[in-house]
Every structure is written in structure tokens, then in C-alpha cells.
Design a protein around this ligand. Structure first.
Ligand SMILES: [Zn+2]
Length: 128
């Protein structure tokens, strides 16, 4: 069940879509699924490290977990962490994370999860 271990976020994403589709799911459930999807994409999804290497124009292709974390090289983790705080560097940040099909899935899932959490918040607010 290794594949499930790596891709559990996609299962949660399906549950999230199903919950929205169904329309009867409470906000707690939607928040929970949204959070699960976002956490997976940021911290667990299989992706490339994507940190810039010393050679200009190339980036690290080590496997990493999640879009937020780098590979086993500690310097790369710092580098990615720092990139988050410079919006000009987001292109650089996303270059590596967008490089593989699974990374694209992770990025899209993260966006969907975030959008869903916001939509749940609005819906929750409007109904109360
Ligand atoms: Zn790296």
C-alpha cells in the first residue's frame, strides 16, 4: 500500500469533491478535508526539491516530500523556506515544484484545498 501512503491526499481530494457535490456535508467535514488536502500537498506529496543549485539555471532534482519542503540537503530546505517570503521569487520556487506530473497534481490539489476552505468559510458565514 505504498502508493496509498504517498497519494492519500488525492483520496481526500476525491472525498472533498464528493462532499461538495453532495451538498449536505457540514462545514466541519469540508474544513477537515480541505485541511487534509492542503497539508498533503505542502508537506507530503511526492515532488522534486527544486532548489537552485550552484550551476546557474539548474535546480535540484532530488525527491522531496511536499511542495514546501526540500530534499535531504538541509541548505535546500532553508532556501525554499526563504523563497516563500520573496514574492518575486515565486516563479523560481514553482519552477521545481511544477516540474513533474505528481508535483502538478500536488500544486493543483493545494489550490483546490485552499479554495475549498475559503468557500466553506464564506458559506458558513453566509448561513449563520
Ligand atoms: Zn535539494
Amino acid at each position: 500500500m505504498k502508493i496509498l501512503q504517498r497519494y492519500w491526499g488525492l483520496v481526500v481530494l476525491l472525498l472533498l469533491v464528493a462532499a461538495w457535490w453532495n451538498g449536505n456535508a457540514g462545514p466541519e467535514l469540508l474544513y477537515l478535508f480541505s485541511a487534509g488536502v492542503v497539508i498533503w500537498s505542502l508537506l507530503q506529496a511526492p515532488a522534486w526539491c527544486g532548489a537552485a543549485t550552484r550551476k546557474r539555471g539548474t535546480f535540484c532534482r532530488n525527491n522531496s516530500y511536499g511542495l514546501l519542503l526540500g530534499c535531504h540537503i538541509r541548505e535546500h530546505r532553508w532556501q525554499k523556506f526563504k523563497l516563500l517570503f520573496y514574492s518575486r521569487r515565486w516563479a523560481e520556487f514553482s519552477r521545481g515544484t511544477w516540474a513533474t506530473p505528481s508535483a502538478k497534481l500536488a500544486t493543483v490539489s493545494g489550490i483546490v484545498g485552499t479554495a475549498s476552505a475559503i468557500a466553506t468559510g464564506i458559506k458558513d458565514f453566509a448561513l449563520s
